[in-house]
Ligand binder design. Structure first.
Ligand code: RIB
Ligand code: CA
Length: 312
């Protein structure tokens, strides 16, 4: 059976788990990556653009990178997550200057152009604060109709947040932008903490990735040490959530997940800012992933880097 690849743009703030998602795509012929757009979040937008360029070069992905938003639409800017992802975004791995440079076109214009050129086919997978997508919607009334679906990693509908008791990091960073996206009329899938914290990767999993693929898996094994230490010390969990990779996997393997159609209102101020609150009515409907074949998702991610090899 011939599988038509999913045409995808990834909007990203790399970030350890962003690197996991992008390197997964490099090994997944079922996804046709059209480009990356960068956004502030885990790191500054300058570092996010640099890291995105480095990832496409290291992964041998011949796709463009467009630089995006340096801060949120309306709220006060929050500190970047260097304590989670390391000073340069990839744990203790030093910064590396990429060979290439970003497009002159910015992220929102690139997204608008891709959505027009691939109308009805483009899936946008947003794995950082969703500011660039809100900007594309604000600039182009046709953007929401041109995209096939927006799949975003963020939010926590029925579980606690990870930066506050109420909010997940990406939605906390730009709640107004998520409201713009939800109200745009585009079909939206939310891959929040409800599902991503059900899939944990630990040190043994990353070591197996390195054995399966010394280059990409080795990079992720080195980058993840700092990230896993954050999870161990601060979250109290012996593994990291498969946040951003789960969002990418949901784009091409939705059959692995269970979901509920939920009306979601994003709280824009006060103590609960960034909360993705399920409400009875008066808010846009969102497909919220709630679970599914979690072992299947994890195994799909791990196997993408090569066959499992015996412990050294
Ligand atoms: O809450 C997890 C999300 O926040 C992930 O996208 C991670 O990379 C950070 O951006
Ligand atoms: Ca991210």
């Amino acid at each position: 059976m011939t599988i038509t690849p999913v045409k995808m743009v990834i909007d990203t703030d790399p970030g350890v788990d962003d690197a996991m998602a992008i390197l997964y795509v490099a090994h997944m012929p079922e996804i046709e990556l059209l480009g990356l757009t960068s956004v502030f979040g885990n790191v500054s937008v300058e570092k996010a653009t640099r890291n995105a360029l480095r990832l496409v070069e290291d992964a041998g992905l011949n796709v463009p990178v467009a630089g995006g938003a340096a801060g949120p639409l309306a709220r006060d800017a929050q500190p970047h997550s260097y304590h989670v992802h390391g000073a340069e975004g990839f744990g203790d791995i030093p910064a590396q200057t990429p060979k290439g440079r970003a497009l002159d076109e910015d992220a929102a214009d690139f997204l608008i152009r891709m959505a027009r050129e691939h109308a009805g086919e483009l899936v946008v997978c947003a794995i950082g604060p969703i500011t660039n997508l809100a900007e594309a919607i604000n600039r182009d009334a046709g953007f929401a109709k041109n995209v096939k679906r927006i799949v975003f990693m963020g939010g926590a509908a029925f579980v606690p947040g990870n930066v506050t008791p109420h909010a997940e990091a990406n939605t906390f960073n730009d709640p107004h932008a998520l409201n713009v996206v939800l109200q745009s009329g585009a079909p939206v899938t939310m891959v929040g903490l409800d599902v991503t914290m059900q899939i944990l990767l630990d040190g043994d999993d990353f070591a197996a990735l390195e054995r399966a693929n010394p280059n990409h898996g080795g990079f992720l094994n080195r980058a993840s040490a700092f990230y896993l230490e954050f999870y161990r010390q601060v979250v109290g969990v012996a593994g990291c959530g498969l946040h951003d990779p789960a969002a990418v996997i949901a784009c091409h393997r939705p059959d692995l997940f269970e979901s509920r159609s939920v009306a979601i209102r994003v709280i824009e101020e006060g103590e609960e800012i960034g909360r993705t609150l399920p409400v009875d009515e008066g808010a846009p409907m969102v497909e919220v992933l709630t679970g599914g074949d979690m072992d299947g998702v994890k195994n799909l991610f791990l196997r993408a880097f090569g066959p499992a090899t015996a412990t050294a």
